[in-house]
Design a protein around this ligand. Structure first.
Ligand code: SF4
Ligand code: SF4
Length: 464
């Protein structure tokens, strides 16, 4: 990968240990989670439900079943907010019991004896099929893909974004499950797809533990942000580029993460639907940064409030660079959640900040003292650490851009409405990693300008 950036020693990185959250008093289950349309509720207010029970399903539209994630009573079916959109949600109040879950592999079929159709049915019933950017293809109307065309399944175990999940946590006690999960997915695709796993090259023990399967293409990659973005992964692994304005669908490729592979194992071998997720809780606004296994539908408030260490903070749902600010603590954890960051707010005006020594300042530039003290933990808060100035043509944004763009020019063309000139510079290749904004010493919101440019292009009909 050209460009990119290695974030080092940021404050607020979770320790590689997994804790389990207590069962919440209530869960809010969106009827749309992951890829696909909203499912239709098949329970009513007052019904008793069990953990793992299907409570929403729609076989006619592209979708996957939705499950109760605790034992309890349906209290309401109403509009709710998720971190992305408004949706219909089912509110379940816990009955206080915690035991087990519904078995979705009712016939307890061994995956080795089951045929691909049986496996696909279990993956569908478990909700697994809604994972990945475009869903997982089966005959149950679950994806934008045609399963017979899939040539490559890539598992992303690189995790390069600050505060994202860590392989030590996911692989701990799960090596065999992950290999079996991969074999299950291989079988579900009729053994026609090549199976690749892109893994952080630093995780040598894990690489050694999962190597030795000749059907598994193990590719160690440097964990340099944003190496694990779909488009860059495909380039690194398959040596192919996605057509301009296209997606990985154009290369008949599916990308899933390690947690998805564990879900595939749990569904087929343990009969367990997706009722919980492992999420990282990073950032300086949290007392003890940790990884937490939580029930899907748990409101953010239940997870975050007990861990806060300040009154003034910003919640970012998703990774530090690509996540979205979220101000509503009633939003529930969804099926695809994997990271939440809480950053301390800092509204101090920092005039001429670039003249200060900055021993704990993480910066692309080597002109701060932090360059001489790489072992000092870098401060992370919401402050810009400086003020907007005109572009000084330092070229940092271009050298860090993994898409080989000229961000400063795109930014300028965007703010000057020079759409025709901008189009020649392939703005749709921007993967919105945010690095250009992060490195800019003039504090120009470069990526926002490029996003605005892309919107303008689609408004005038010039985007594919
Ligand atoms: S132009 Fe796009 S791809 Fe390049 S650094 Fe900026 S956000 Fe990332
Ligand atoms: S990093 Fe900022 S100041 Fe430097 S060239 Fe890019 S836009 Fe201009």
């Amino acid at each position: 990968m050209k460009g990119g950036y290695s974030f080092k020693r940021l404050a607020g990185i979770p320790k590689p240990m997994l804790s389990i959250a207590k069962i919440p008093g209530k869960v809010i289950i969106p009827l749309r989670q992951g890829f696909g349309e909203e499912a239709k509720p098949i329970v009513k207010i007052g019904d008793k439900v069990k953990s793992g029970q299907i409570i929403g399903i729609d076989d006619l539209s592209i979708s996957s079943p939705i499950h109760a994630t605790i034992n309890g009573i349906v209290k309401d079916i109403c509009p709710i907010k998720t971190f992305k959109e408004e949706a219909t949600g089912i509110i379940i109040e816990s009955d206080g019991t915690e035991n087990g879950h519904i078995n979705i592999n009712e016939e307890n079929k061994d995956y080795k004896e089951a045929d691909p159709d049986d496996i696909n049915k279990i993956l569908y019933l478990s909700g697994f099929t809604s994972l990945g950017k475009f869903g997982f293809p089966t005959k149950y109307n679950t994806s934008a893909y045609d399963s017979s065309k899939i040539e490559n399944l890539i598992i992303n175990a690189v995790y390069s974004e600050p505060y994202s999940l860590q392989n030590q946590v996911l692989f701990e006690n799960n090596f065999d499950k992950i290999i079996i999960g991969l074999d299950i997915l291989r079988k579900s695709l009729n053994y026609k797809a090549n199976i690749h796993i892109a893994i952080n090259a630093q995780d040598k023990d894990i690489i050694e533990a999962i190597s030795g399967n000749d059907w598994l293409n193990l590719i160690p990659l440097k964990s340099k942000y944003p190496q694990d973005h779909d488009i860059l992964l495909v380039q690194s692994i398959l040596g192919k580029s996605i057509p301009y304005g296209g997606t990985i669908l154009d290369l008949n490729t599916i990308i899933l993460d390690v947690q998805a592979v564990i879900h595939a194992y749990q569904a087929v071998v343990e009969g367990k639907p997706i009722i919980e997720r492992i999420i990282s809780l990073g950032g300086t606004g949290i007392k003890d940064n940790l990884f937490l296994k939580v029930r899907i539908g748990t409101p953010l408030k239940d997870i975050i409030e007990p861990l806060l260490n300040s009154k003034d903070y910003r919640i970012i749902y998703g990774g530090l660079m690509t996540g979205k600010t979220c101000s509503d603590m009633s939003i529930p954890i969804g099926r695809t959640a994997s990271a939440i960051a809480v950053i301390n707010e800092n509204r101090e005006r920092q005039f001429l900040f670039f003249l200060r020594p900055g021993i704990n300042r993480g910066s692309y530039s080597n002109s701060f003292l932090s360059f001489l003290f790489p072992f000092v933990t870098k401060k992370v808060d919401t402050n810009l650490n400086g003020e907007y100035r005109p572009c000084i043509y330092c070229n940092y944004c271009e050298s860090v851009c993994p898409s080989r763009l000229m961000p400063y020019l795109l930014s300028k063309y965007s703010t000057h409405d020079m759409i025709d000139d901008a189009e020649k510079l392939r703005p749709l290749d921007c993967i919105e990693c945010g690095l250009c904004t992060f490195v800019c010493p003039s504090k120009i919101p470069v990526m926002s300008h490029i996003k605005e440019l892309k919107n303008k292009l689609s408004r005038v009909g010039n985007a594919p």
